[in-house]
Design a binder for this molecule. Sequence first.
Ligand code: SF4
Length: 192
Amino acid sequence: MKDNSFESILGGILENYRALCSYCDSFFNAALKKYQKHVFCKASCSMCCELESVNYLEAFIIISRITTEKQKNNRTESKCIFLIDDNCSIYSSRPIICRTHGLALSSSEFSAPYAISCPLNFQSPSLHLDSHFILDSDTVTLNLIKLNLAFCLLLGDCEQGSKRVSLEEIAAGKRPEIFRKIRNYDAVSPLQ
Ligand code: SF4
């Protein structure tokens, strides 16, 4: 018989979120391997780290991981609250967008075939990028939206699906009201 308990449904959402993270990580690693001379991402580079907010699902995942890992922060203005000494202090639980930083991305919203947010990567004028190494950001975003909606529905308020949670509030220990149904945060095992 199908288990429709809160924990079981939450487990399914987290499993799918983990799969989406793995997909982005694998894509990134494959692009890095193929274009190692054109990708300058490395530990301690924090040029992309200006994230301010996340959806409820990713807020839940971050909160789950930092309940046991106290945050100390001395960040500079405009940088992400979780950036400490130029390193991500929640690296294993970093949001999906952080896992796509530095990649070439395609989207129906772009007028060009792809866009690169990093001013260092893939910049050689003679470089021809193989389309297999351009991430379809619309598909990734759509999957994340669906998972977040399922999570909000599980918490009883799918209208919150478009809302964002400030990373500063998460780091300050504030918990969104929508999380009142969650009794413990142990369901989230470390990602990568
Ligand atoms: S969560 Fe981590 S990787 Fe993402 S912007 Fe913040 S410091 Fe950077």
